[in-house]
Design a protein around this ligand. Structure first.
Ligand SMILES: Nc1ncnc2c1ncn2[C@@H]1O[C@H](COP(=O)(O)OP(=O)(O)O)[C@@H](O)[C@H]1O
Ligand SMILES: [Mg+2]
Length: 321
């Protein structure tokens, strides 16, 4: 993304957005609601056009593409929209199979094999014949995810996959993303406001706020950042520039300011989710690596999991080869 700006009429959603989503890694984009996260995803795949700026995918500038080339490019993307965006009059099965029928010439029995395997992956076997209106919101989300996965995308974009899911399903889903990245090397961008997910899953984190990208960088950088908005958001604190109504006014901030610096210490960094195989993902970094490279200490208690294992010390033993 380079110098990206999007507005609707006179409302600027964000501008000067410049950053690179590292290929083959898992990244997450966060921000208070209404900051234009969904709009951002739509700009990436050419469903919306930015006012200015570039979206480079392998040297191709997406906003410049015409319908035909856009259609070809989208074949490489899997997208889960915030609302699932299923066709209401089609069965769940037909919804999931849709991209295969649209983009490939596969025989129906192959379509069936792939569709059923992705439905199994997201835990939807048995719901094939239901209509989207007959299943729960969480199931619609998972159906949308199965559909995003059927073409084995190089780039997977998911908009709030975890909203409306219970914590157990959310951890299954996070495990699934770690496994997909480990197995296929897909570049994954997750839009979420679940801080739990943001702290344990991605390799990189970004924060949209106040009509721009506040910061984007490696997980350890963002989780130890002293930027007030970043610290507040990733530690779910009340103190900071983000308020109930999006932004706090100067008076409210002034009142907090005195206490702010005392509480600005980042919380311990949790260990990252490992693929089910137990082997690190291709681009997964050893815990503490970024901090060490920058001469920084991890906050006390970092990289210790629920069972008390210290991933910083025991990385080689815990990631059996
Ligand atoms: N097609 C559209 N036309 C006009 N305004 C829009 C459109 N889509 C989104 N918006 C506005 O853009 C802002 C950002 O929306 P959205 O990307 O959905 O936020 P988020 O996903 O971060 O919660 C909102 O104020 C929303 O009303
Ligand atoms: Mg949204």
């Amino acid at each position: 993304m380079e110098g990206l700006k999007k507005s609707f009429g006179r409302q600027i959603i964000w501008e000067d957005v410049t950053f690179t989503i590292p290929a083959g890694q898992i990244s997450a984009l966060l921000g208070p609601s209404g900051t234009g996260k969904s709009v951002f995803l739509k700009n990436l795949i050419g469903l919306l056009r930015p006012d200015r700026g570039h979206v480079w995918v392998d040297g191709v500038d997406v906003p410049e593409l015409h319908e035909r080339r856009l259609h070809d490019l989208r074949r490489r993307f899997g997208v889960l929209f915030q609302d699932g965006a299923l066709f209401g009059s089609m069965s769940v099965y037909d919804n999931v199979a849709f991209p295969l029928r649209e983009h490939t010439k596969l025989k129906e029995h192959r379509v069936r094999e792939i569709t059923m395997s992705k439905m199994e992956l997201v835990g939807l076997l048995g719901a094939e014949n239901k209509l989207p209106g007959e299943i729960s919101g969480g199931m619609r989300k998972r159906a949308g995810l199965a559909r995003a996965l059927v073409l084995d995308p190089e780039i997977l974009l998911v908009d709030e996959p975890d909203s409306g899911l219970d914590p157990v399903r959310t951890s299954y889903l996070n495990q699934l993303f770690a496994d997909i990245n480990a197995e296929t090397g897909a570049t994954i961008l997750i839009v979420t406001h679940d801080i739990g997910t943001a702290r344990v899953l991605p390799d990189n984190l970004g924060l949209l706020f106040r009509r721009g990208l506040v910061a984007f960088g490696p997980r350890e950088m963002m989780l130890t950042s002293r930027d007030p908005a970043v610290t507040q958001f990733f530690n779910a604190r009340r103190e900071g520039p983000i308020g109930m109504a999006e932004e706090k006014d100067a008076a409210a901030l002034g009142l907090e300011d005195a206490g702010w610096h005392a509480t600005a210490k980042p919380a311990p960094i949790p260990p990252q989710i490992m693929p089910s195989s137990g082997r690190p993902r291709p681009f997964q970094q050893r815990p503490g690596r970024w901090l060490q490279a920058h001469g920084l200490q991890a906050p006390p208690g970092s990289f210790i999991d629920d069972e008390g294992r210290d991933w910083l010390v025991d990385w080689d033993r815990l990631t059996r080869r």
